[in-house]
Write a protein that binds this ligand. Sequence first.
Ligand code: PLP
Length: 435
Amino acid sequence: MTGPLPVLGFSPQVVCVSMSGMTGTSQTNPIDTTPRSRISRRVGAVAPSATLAIDAKAKAMKASGLDIIGFGAGEPDFPTPQSIVDCAIAACADPVNHRYTPIAGLPELRAAIAKKTLRDSNYLVTPEQVLVANGGKQAIANAFATVIDPGDEVLVPAPYWTTYPESIALAGGIPVIVPTDESTGFQVTPELLDQYLTQRTKMVVFVSPSNPTGAVYDRAGVEAIGQYCVDRGLWVLTDEIYEHLVYGDNEQHSLPVVVPEIADRCIVVNGVAKTYAMTGWRVGWMIAPVDVINAATNLQSHETSNVNNVAQRAAICALEGDLSAVAMMREAFDRRRQTIYTMLNEIEGVTCFEPQGAFYAFPSFVGVLGRSINGRRPTSTLELAEIVLEEAKVAFVPGEAFGAPGYGRFSYALADADMQEGVRRVAALLATSTD
Ligand SMILES: *Cc1c(COP(=O)(O)O)cnc(C)c1O
């Protein structure tokens, strides 16, 4: 044989070597027989999600009968609109949905995504540039796995969504954290990115509106990042999952629309989870150049194949419908945003950046750390979150989960009255703190 079989991605020689190893007898071949290690280094290095740890503790406390108020949720508290649910019910009964369908997504859904992208972002793409995945999360994993080689560096602005660094590392890449704080509105600039740029930098992660900070880049800010990537020959992954949740004078601008020259090295991630209150349905997508989509589709064909057809049918109805449901949610989130931002800022030692998008407030607790609270003296927000959960029965996610110690993430995707009661409890507990 002169070369690898065209259908195999791995080298057949590797198989031959291990086969000959197996045919050698154990008597003549002194192979170490101590039990092999268990968890691979790659997966063993994945950090447990701090978000889920606090959430699990809060749920356990709730289950034991305690009255816990949770600010941990990263999902809308509204139900999926009934018209979308009805489409799914009909899809269950339709035999066309019983079988495997194309890996990259139902053709009707890919077309609906292309159409929606033009409608909402003014970004013209073809259905062949769309890969439907199990949520935005799988789209992100696909994207990194498809363009990152071992040792490639990816610039990740912090505070970051916990999944990015883990997903980059799983793809063999190196997440390079670029810290920001409220002095720049939690935004990166070309000058800041340049401090972390090396010969091995391949990609920049961009997310606006941001989880966890609620920051939204204006047009000039988006343009600066897009142009930076063009000038340095970098790829960019832009996460637009919160595109419809922007408040006040803030506006969402899609990066490849503001800077069209980047389109050939740009991957857009989006999904139905946040816009249509469909987190559990697991439908997201990536939009990228066709060669990237084809390679990522190959990858997905060996991992998960097509996304659940019923959920895809529901997503088609969501995208072909209007945006009235998200308009209603946006109004509620905006009202809560102003309340929580005001209430948090009224707490001594707490300062809160005004969220501009998504549904998170991201206050700093630096002025509280080191003080004595009921005889305990937290020196990190990780410890503070635990004390607040135990003493005030309020769960929030410590900033450590997002590469931002000293802060906390408060989701305002909960009823207004619960939200106010929760912040009041935190305020009351912290008011008892002493030097
Ligand atoms: C929720 C979220 C996603 C996608 O979530 P899925 O449920 O996997 O679609 C992607 N990025 C950010 C920043 C998010 O908060």
